[in-house]
Design a protein around this ligand. Structure first.
Ligand code: ADP
Ligand code: FBP
Ligand code: MG
Length: 498
């Protein structure tokens, strides 16, 4: 196994509370590296562009909203081509690997990496690693050329294949060294970027002139710092088809209920944005917002109300929602996938059954429920136009960084600008929907669903012990939760994100 060697974060402090969370550079651990003029200077496509090169000191703020007297805050290095590069085109041997679950746009990123390395920097040795991390040591490589990848952006999935598990740092770095690879482009989610960080540390420990760079991939949009992940737009758009179908089905029959399950293991972004986009959804359930079924303020009561009011309803549920409730009633054998991710129970099937059982036993209403699970259909499609452009920019940005000698970074969009983000910032947390944030408030007001917030919890949050003492109520169900829905959004010390 690899050593536990961990390089220190590169943090630069400046005046006015300015902080640069910088990324490592090959020259940090290899002295006297030669540099070369950037070949883009002679490229007719770019040489006419005024100020095409990014200034070395350009940085991008993590937060654009600041207070007048507040500190300038955290910044990331701006991505883009530099005047000097640390590789000669003929010396570059690049490798590309895709890991984790599928996501629309993977093939577009692969295509743009191969083409941009070639067209911008004259690099013609690019290898594809077959089947994720384990492909480094267990499979042959795939030769990639602009010609061989020309059409792949029109296909879903990844032409390189992917996998979970199989990350063996030592074997991977041995393979990188044996094959003479000096730029490694790693496309994947939170797990993959942790793996990339381990590879970078081992490469650095061995003193190799090898750039390790990540491209963030997550259909769930659960990677922190970046504005959004590629494939997310496509997923939200494709989810509309399933929601439309659920709406048409439920609307066409008396007391029709359409239930749609969408992806989102720990983060409910696809469900939230698909709901906001559709306007046909009456209830959106996400992992970040616990809910309950029975009693006042519960889901069953709300369904009954909606059916009486409009004769039908649509429910969108993210796959990670209500897992605590599901596991109370279903026992599962397998707890984790090969990467160590918790395996989830099918909340869509579970909730559909619970709704049917409830109305059969406790109501005179004859409901008609249709359950739609489009999750893998959504994940497997090619990326849409806007994601295609985004994938291109990501691929080009990550290449510029590698050619300029930066390493140990993930390329990502921050406040609309491409940046280089140190691995640890990408892997330390997950991006989740903040249910005290304005976006969730917009969703609640658009669906009119119950907040499912327990009055007791809200009061605890709001005035802490003071009101908790008065209530003295430890009951799970909180009849008053709905009436304070709007109030919570304005609680000052409730970390409202603006
Ligand atoms: N903490 C970790 N350290 C090293 N490698 C990891 C780590 N977590 C996950 N990986 C590897 O990253 C790859 C993808 O991880 P996974 O969680 O399946 O998908 P994603 O990257 O999309 O989150 C797998 O090959 C897995 O072995
Ligand atoms: O069934 P699989 O292929 O293991 O993947 C299911 C998981 O993959 C995802 O689509 C994406 O997860 P990752 O980003 O960790 O790959 C999740 O939403 C989902 O839970
Ligand atoms: Mg993941």
């Amino acid at each position: 196994m690899a050593s536990a060697f961990n390089s220190k974060p590169k943090i630069v402090n400046g005046p006015g509370g300015y902080v640069l969370e910088d990324v490592p550079h090959l020259s940090d651990y290899i002295p006297d590296l030669p540099t070369y003029p950037n070949p883009l200077k002679n490229n007719p496509a770019y040489s006419v562009v005024k100020q095409y090169f990014v200034h070395d000191d350009d940085t991008v703020p993590q937060k654009v909203v600041v207070h007048k007297d507040g500190p300038r805050g955290i910044h990331f290095r701006r991505a883009g081509p530099r005047q000097k590069v640390y590789f000669q085109s003929d010396d570059v041997k690049a490798a590309i690997v895709t890991c984790g679950g599928l996501c629309p746009g993977l093939n577009t990123v692969i295509r743009e990496l191969v083409c941009s390395l070639n067209y911008m920097y004259g690099v013609n040795k690019v290898l594809g690693i077959d089947g994720g991390y384990r492909g480094f040591y267990a499979r042959n490589t795939i030769t990639l050329t602009p010609k061989s990848v020309n059409d792949i952006h029109k296909r879903g999935g990844t032409i390189l294949g992917t996998s979970r598990g199989g990350h063996d740092t030592t074997k991977i770095v041995d393979s990188i060294q044996d094959r003479g690879i000096n730029q490694v482009y790693i496309i994947g989610g939170d797990g993959t970027q942790k793996g990339a960080s381990a590879i970078y540390e081992e490469v650095r420990r061995r003193g190799l002139k090898v750039v390790v760079a990540g491209i963030p991939k997550t259909i769930d949009n659960d990677i922190p710092v970046i504005d959004k992940s590629f494939g997310f737009d496509t997923a939200v758009e494709e989810a509309q088809r399933a929601i439309n179908a659920a709406h048409v089905e439920s609307e066409s029959i008396e007391n029709g209920i359409g239930v749609v399950k969408l992806m989102g293991r720990n983060s409910g972004y696809i469900a939230m944005y698909a709901t906001l986009a559709s306007r046909d959804v009456d209830c959106c359930l996400i992992p970040e917002s616990p809910f309950y079924l029975e009693g006042p303020g519960g889901l069953f009561q709300y369904i009954e109300k909606k059916l009486k009011e409009q004769g039908h309803m649509v429910i969108v549920v993210a796959e990670g929602a209500g897992q605590d409730l599901v596991s109370e009633s279903i026992q599962s054998m397998q707890k984790q996938d090969a990467s160590g991710n918790k395996l989830l129970q099918d909340v869509g099937l579970w909730i559909s059954q619970r709704i049917k059982d409830h109305f059969a036993k406790h109501s005179t209403m004859n409901i008609n429920l249709k359950y739609i699970d489009p999750t893998y259909m959504i994940r497997a499609i090619p990326s849409n136009a806007s994601d295609n452009v985004y994938c291109t920019l990501l691929a080009q940005s990550v290449i510029h960084g590698a050619m300029a000698g930066y390493t140990g970074y993930t390329s990502g969009l921050v406040n609309g600008r491409q940046t280089y983000i140190p691995f640890y910032r990408i892997t330390e947390t997950q991006h989740k929907v903040v249910i005290t944030d304005r976006m969730w408030a917009r969703l609640l007001s658009s669906t009119t669903q119950p907040t499912f917030w327990c009055a007791k919890d809200v009061i605890e949050d709001k005035r802490e012990e003071e009101l908790f003492d008065q209530s003295g109520d430890d009951d799970e169900q909180c009849p008053d939760a709905n009436s304070i829905a709007n109030e919570i959004i304005h609680i000052p010390n409730n970390s409202v994100k603006v």
